[in-house]
Design a protein around this ligand. Structure first.
Ligand SMILES: NC(=O)c1ccc[n+]([C@@H]2O[C@H](COP(=O)([O-])OP(=O)(O)OC[C@H]3O[C@@H](n4cnc5c(N)ncnc54)[C@H](OP(=O)(O)O)[C@@H]3O)[C@@H](O)[C@H]2O)c1
Length: 281
C-alpha cells in the first residue's frame, strides 16, 4: 500500500512521515513536495508536487494507493489548490484520501472554515473514499510567542474567556498516521481536539507559575489586538486575520470535548504544561 503525503516538508508533514516510518515500510512512503531536495533528510522517495501546477499532479500520483492531503498554507488559494489535487487523484485512480480540515468546519465562525468546507464537499463529490481529520488548533500557536510575552510581561489576545482544547502537531500527526495505516476509518469525519480545556487566563497562570512571576493575560478588542499585532510587525491583513481567529476562540470555535484524538492515538494528548515548558526552555 503506497502512501503519498503532500506538505511533507511542512511542520506537520515532517512529524507525520517520522510516525509513518515506524508503522509501515519506508519504501511505501512518497513525499509529494514542491522541492524534493528539501526532504532528502526524511529518507523516503520524493516527487515534485505543486498544487498550483494542476497539469503535472496526476502523473506524480501514479502508483500511489492512499493519499494524505495536508491542507495548504496559502490561505485564500486553498479551495482551488485542494480541488486541483482531488481532481488529479481521481484521474490517477487514488483509492482513498485523508484530508486535514478544521475543527467544526461546518459550523465554525472562523474565516478559515469556508475553504476547508469547500474541500470537504469537493472530496465528497469526487466519490473517492475518504477520511476527514478536522484538526483543532495547534497548542504551538499559543506557545511559540511565549518567550516574547514573558519579556513584555503580558500575554495579549482577543479570546476572552473562550475555552480552548488544542493539541500539539505531534498529537495530530500521530492521529493521521493511525488513520493512514489502519482499516476502519473510511467515511469518517473526526473532530480532533486536545483532552485539556483552558482559557488564555489559564495559559497565563501556568506561564506565571513556570517563570515565577506574574504574566497576566490582557484581553483586547479584536481591532485593538489587530493593531498590536501590526505594531509587532505583522502585515495589516495578516494581523486582522489573526485577531479575527483569536476572537472566534471567544465564541467557542476552538473548543470540543469529544476526546476522539486521544482515543485514536491511544494516549492522552500532550499536556499544556509540557508544551509551555518546552517553549520557555
Ligand atoms: N490547526 C492549526 O492550528 C493550524 C495552524 C496553521 C496551519 N494549519 C493548517 O495545517 C497545515 C499544516 O500545518 P503545518 O504547521 O505543517 O504548516 P506548514 O509548516 O506551513 O506547512 C505547509 C506545507 O504546505 C505546503 N504548500 C504550500 N503551498 C503549496 C503548494 N502550492 N504546493 C504544494 N505544497 C504547498 C508547503 O510546502 P513547502 O515546504 O514547499 O513550502 C508546506 O510544506 C497548514 O498548511 C494549514 O493548512 C493548521
Amino acid at each position: 500500500m503506497k502512501i503519498g503525503i503532500t506538505g511533507a516538508n511542512g511542520q506537520l508533514g515532517r512529524l507525520l512521515v517520522k510516525k509513518l516510518k515506524k508503522r509501515t515500510d519506508v519504501d511505501d512512503l512518497i513525499a509529494l513536495v514542491r522541492t524534493p531536495s528539501k526532504v532528502i533528510d526524511l529518507g523516503i522517495d520524493a516527487r515534485v508536487f505543486d498544487y498550483d501546477v494542476p497539469e503535472a499532479l496526476a502523473e506524480s500520483l501514479q502508483g500511489i494507493d492512499r493519499l494524505m492531503i495536508i491542507s495548504s498554507s496559502e490561505i485564500g488559494q486553498r479551495k482551488r489548490q485542494h480541488a486541483n489535487v482531488i481532481d488529479a487523484a481521481k484521474k490517477a485512480g487514488i483509492k482513498s484520501i485523508v484530508y486535514t480540515s478544521l475543527l467544526k468546519a461546518d459550523s465554525s465562525s472562523m474565516s478559515l472554515a469556508p475553504e476547508h468546507l469547500a474541500t470537504e464537499s469537493h472530496l465528497k463529490s469526487s466519490g473517492i473514499p475518504n477520511t476527514i481529520l478536522r484538526n483543532g488548533w495547534y497548542t504551538e500557536n499559543y506557545t511559540n510567542s511565549l518567550k516574547s510575552s514573558v519579556k513584555a510581561g503580558v500575554i495579549i489576545g482577543s479570546a476572552g474567556e473562550g475555552r480552548i482544547s488544542s493539541a500539539t502537531r505531534e498529537d495530530y500527526a500521530e492521529a493521521a498516521a493511525v488513520v493512514l495505516t489502519n482499516k476502519g476509518h473510511l467515511g469518517k469525519v473526526y473532530e480532533l481536539s486536545g483532552d485539556e480545556v483552558y482559557t488564555l487566563n489559564d495559559l497565563a497562570a501556568e506561564v506565571s507559575q513556570q517563570v515565577g512571576k506574574q504574566i497576566p493575560y490582557k484581553n483586547l478588542a479584536e481591532s485593538e489586538y489587530a493593531n498590536a499585532l501590526e505594531e509587532y510587525g505583522l502585515p495589516e491583513e495578516l494581523a486582522k486575520a489573526y485577531a479575527g481567529l483569536d476572537y472566534a476562540a471567544s465564541k467557542g470555535d476552538l473548543y470540543d470535548d469529544g476526546s476522539i484524538l486521544s482515543r485514536l492515538i491511544g494516549r492522552p494528548t500532550t499536556p499544556l504544561e509540557d508544551v509551555i515548558k518546552v517553549a520557555l526552555s
